[in-house]
Ligand binder design. Sequence first.
Ligand code: DNO
Length: 378
Amino acid sequence: MRIHHNIIFIVNKKGRAKMKIVFRWFGEKDDHIPLDYIRQIPGIYGIVTSLYDIPVGEIWPLEDIKQLKRTISEYKLSMEVIESVNVHEDIKLGLPTRDKYIKNYKETIKNLSDVGVKVICYNFMPIFDWVRTELDKPLDDGSKTMFYEHSKLQKISPKELINNILGKSKGFSLPGWEPERLKELEELFKAYEDIDELKLFNNLVYFLEQIIPTCKEYDIKMAIHPDDPPWSLFGLPRIITSKENIMRMLKAVDSEYNGLALCTGSLGVKTDNDIPEMIRTFGGMGRIHFAHVRNLKIIGDKTFYETSHRTEDGSLDMFEIMKALHDIDFKGYIRPDHGRMIWGEKGRPGYGLYDRALGTTYLIGLWEAITKMKELNK
Ligand code: DNO
């Protein structure tokens, strides 16, 4: 009877856990992991993906979106989260041409709503997206992982960083490191010379003020991804790095459609970011629409590597993170995030199958345990 009761507690009418577990996939052409494998991971609800060959700023054609959805649906997986619809640099820079790109962004929102997309993940980081100094650092157990060392970054130029990273990508495209985005590096750095944090923030607010009414009309929630890592790189401003500036951004356009993709790994490398507390605050406001959950080990000042998802392996307490999500009754989308390369897998750095699948089952295990402990303690 008790077991029966607990099952009712954790699943909704359609028999799914309340949080929806999704898995990032890079499309048939560019992902070494078949959808058929992903659907075999216990508890997977859907796929998080993107149209990778549409240049940033252009409208995503409805037919291409439908095709992508058909491919994913064949495996009985949902496609309700897009990561990412990237924001054109002219919008971040606040150039007069931004209005054209914002108009296009709205068209893309409409087209995505047509196939049932519910959340768009995006970021507002100048030039670079996520940054690491090494993609395949060997760990003691023989696995390989991504590593960041700020002192090393300070000694190299942006160009050297790009060569190091793209040279190690094993032929896979890396999200945020699209060559066309990086080819005009010098001009871009010049354009950002007089953009400080406040100007960048104002440009973000301008963008949101324009698009949020469209999101509301088409029922698509925006989820901004925090800056990874959450500090300035090469003198470029970064503005989604802490509880205070995330709150400022949410308040500036105060709509549930203006939300957050809470990424534990991005925010968690700064020790004064209390992730469970952020989850309670922003989740309590109904503004976390998507969560990326992973662990990492801080080994020095602005120096860290990515670990397995397990609490003992890293610096973040995964139980506390999942408990905070549970306490706010999180019903949004959650995905395991970067994993190490294990068992000889050759794949896109951070996005192998095996370690992310292990991460998924670990998160599900924590969720189930928290649910049942709460029931027992009632
Ligand atoms: C890296 C990812 C990011 C993320 C974007 C969202 O692995 O977490 O590239 O997808 O910042 O726009």
